[in-house]
Design a protein around this ligand. Structure first.
Ligand SMILES: NC(=O)c1ccc[n+]([C@@H]2O[C@H](COP(=O)([O-])OP(=O)(O)OC[C@H]3O[C@@H](n4cnc5c(N)ncnc54)[C@H](O)[C@@H]3O)[C@@H](O)[C@H]2O)c1
Length: 303
């Protein structure tokens, strides 16, 4: 987890939320092995999607209900490592969907979650290595993933016999740092601002092709910023840059405190809260919502 100190848990849906939203549909989730990506995977499976998850870390199948295993395909890959990795993942997901559904290959949903925090370095201290890595993972990879799924989604739109004329839905997980300059380092902030720009561009460009593209902007999730910093000290935390962001994070923790024992300084926003916003945006109730950047932050972003 970026900030979370609570281990990822098995998600057991209440029976009332098990519905056919994703029946016969295929979703691709990047960063599926932990945190928000895992929560999205669990919730999409609970809504009957077939999910093709990708992560550079191994996936722990014990975090999925046994009943969902048959609709989950995991592919382990570092998406930032080589320029062809995203195309390759989409090829594998299309093939997996073909095998599983016994119907034409399709991708109905892409959720771009994989991402990384920076070390809070500012424009005067950021290294080329940190800049390149954060921009690659947080911006280049999501754009490459969108490029890779847009072809299949456009085909689905064109061929009504395979999908009812519905192209697809893309959700990008950005951040409060996609709008604010006060909550992270320069690389993370620029990457998430860039991802919001890419989201809006895709939404506009493909609006007549049955494809919607939206972003969610989580505040700090399950956040114990103190713990995050403790974890980052050995990794070259930029203390001057962090000192400027820390009071803003503290305001969020005060605004939505986690009352659970042992969660000092943490917010009550969970990965599941973010996953619920993702599922809302990809569902029919959001069918006219395109190009929005939806905060999931318990009003932190209004400051
Ligand atoms: N946690 C937060 O408080 C928070 C707040 C705002 C936005 N976000 C965003 O949400 C997303 C998920 O964050 P999280 O807290 O769940 O983090 P996390 O570290 O728990 O999960 C990120 C996952 O992405 C995977 N990943 C990272 N780089 C990858 C790569 N190159 N190829 C394949 N997989 C890769 C990691 O292995 C990990 O499983 C990120 O984009 C992050 O910027 C998180």
């Amino acid at each position: 987890m970026l900030y979370n100190t609570t281990p990822d848990q098995l998600y057991e849906p209440r029976s009332s939320i098990v519905d056919p939203l994703g029946y016969g549909k295929v979703a691709v989730v990047t960063g599926c092995a932990s945190g928000i990506g895992l929560a999205c995977t669990q919730l999409l499976l609970a809504h009957q999607f077939s999910v093709c998850g990708v992560d550079r870390a191994p996936f722990d199948y014990a975090l999925l209900r046994v009943a969902d295993h048959g609709r989950f395909h995991f592919h382990q890959a570092d998406l930032a490592q080589d320029p062809a990795a995203c195309d390759e993942v989409v090829r594998i997901c299309l093939h997996a969907s073909d095998q599983r559904n016994d119907q034409p290959q399709r991708i109905d949903v892409l959720v771009n979650v994989a991402g990384m925090l920076d070390n809070f370095a500012s424009a005067d201290t950021v290294t080329d290595a940190m800049w390149d890595q954060v921009l690659a993972v947080n911006l280049t990879v999501p754009v490459r993933m969108m490029r890779a799924v847009l072809g299949p989604m456009k085909e689905q739109q064109a061929n009504v016999t395979t999908g009812g004329g519905v192209g697809g839905v893309i959700i990008n997980v950005a951040s409060t740092a996609g709008l604010s300059g006060a909550v992270a380092g320069v690389a993370y902030t620029a990457s998430k601002h860039g991802l919001i720009g890419a989201t809006k561009n895709v939404a506009w460009r493909f609006r007549h092709e049955g494809i919607r593209c939206n972003a969610v902007l989580p505040g700090a999730v399950d956040s114990s910023v103190g713990q995050a910093i403790a974890n980052r000290v050995d990794e070259g935390l930029d203390t001057a840059g962090f000192a400027e962001a820390a009071p803003v994070h503290a305001l969020q923790a005060q605004a939505s405190p986690n009352k659970a024992p042992g969660s000092n300084g943490a917010t009550s926003i969970t990965a599941l809260d973010v996953a619920k916003a993702v599922v809302f945006l990809l569902g029919d109730q959001a069918s006219s919502i395109n190009g929005v950047c939806l905060p999931v932050d318990k009003a932190w972003g209004v400051m």
